[in-house]
Write a protein that binds this ligand. Structure first.
Ligand code: BT5
Length: 250
């Protein structure tokens, strides 16, 4: 398996690095190819939500992966990506970080990184996975729309870093976490649980397409789902949804 980031394709402006990466993946680009852009005009999150991508102020990168996993196992890639970003911020920049299931990295309770994993599945097998990573780096002020909920590395640590330099640090950790995700999985699950205060004992509300449920978090399943103990005592595995803390509860 080639080292992740052995080819980095740099762009000034793209719609979305995930879209550019998908086009490369479809043309057969090898695993580990990275698309890096200075800015995105249509950076996106899950469910078509917008990712604010001001020029030069954040990392906007997508990594092409070709994991030998079953589609239902692909959640481990999301968790491994979040662990890689969280560890980079904690160990290389001494930030106190948290991970909100499944894919938000937080600092001071505010979102500093979002991860968008998109998998192409054909005939029951994964063809490729594009892992898009957005990290707020140099913003001195967050855009109006997310001022209450988001932060940047500069706002947290007072440090300025070129996106490409951050990417290099991240890729070293990402490479290691990705291999661990494919080999032993348990290591990633354990690391994710250790990094996340959301993993256990938090009273949360989870909203997905068709329902809103409340309960207490009880760790991860082997496939990276979140275990929720409903108020009735029933245990549920959450595969998708938006987690928020229940106000007035801990
Ligand atoms: C995410 O979605 O958090 C995934 C974001 C992935 C962005 C990367 S950048 C490189 C690659 N190319 C792309 O086009 N995307 C990926 P989600 O969990 O749906 O969160 C989206 C929500 O986060 C928005 O609705 C806003 O509330 C908030 N948000 C938008 N921009 C933000 C930013 N720069 N920092 C923090 N929060 C933001």
């Amino acid at each position: 398996m080639p080292r992740l980031g052995s080819a980095i394709l740099r762009y000034e402006t793209v719609n979305s690095t995930n879209d550019v990466a998908r086009d490369y993946a479809l043309k057969g680009a090898p695993e580990g190819t990275v698309i890096l852009a200075e800015q995105q005009t249509a950076g996106r999150g899950r469910l078509g939500r917008k990712w604010e991508s001001p020029a030069g102020e954040g990392l906007y990168a997508s990594i092409i992966l070709r994991p030998h996993l079953k589609p239902f196992e692909s959640a481990i890639i999301t968790l491994a990506s979040a662990v890689a970003v969280a560890e980079t911020l904690a160990l290389d920049f001494e930030l106190v970080v948290d991970i909100k299931w499944p894919n938000d990295v937080l600092a001071s309770g505010l979102k500093i990184c979002g991860i968008l994993v998109e998998a192409a599945i054909e005939g029951g097998a994964i063809q490729y996975v594009v892992t898009g990573v957005g990290v707020n780096l140099n913003q001195r002020e967050m855009p109006e729309a997310i001022r209450e909920t988001a932060t940047s590395l500069f706002l947290e640590a007072g440090r300025h870093i070129a996106p490409e330099d951050f990417l290099k640090l991240l890729l070293v950790r990402f490479d290691h976490k990705y291999r661990a995700a494919l080999e032993t999985r348990d290591e990633i699950l354990r690391e994710w649980e250790n990094l996340s205060t959301y993993a256990r004992g938090r009273a949360v509300t989870i909203t997905s397409f068709d329902e809103t449920i409340t309960g207490t978090t009880r760790g991860l399943t082997r496939h990276g789902g979140l275990i929720l103990e409903l108020d009735s005592g029933e245990l549920r595995e959450i595969i998708t949804g938006e987690v928020s803390l229940r106000t007035g509860a801990s």
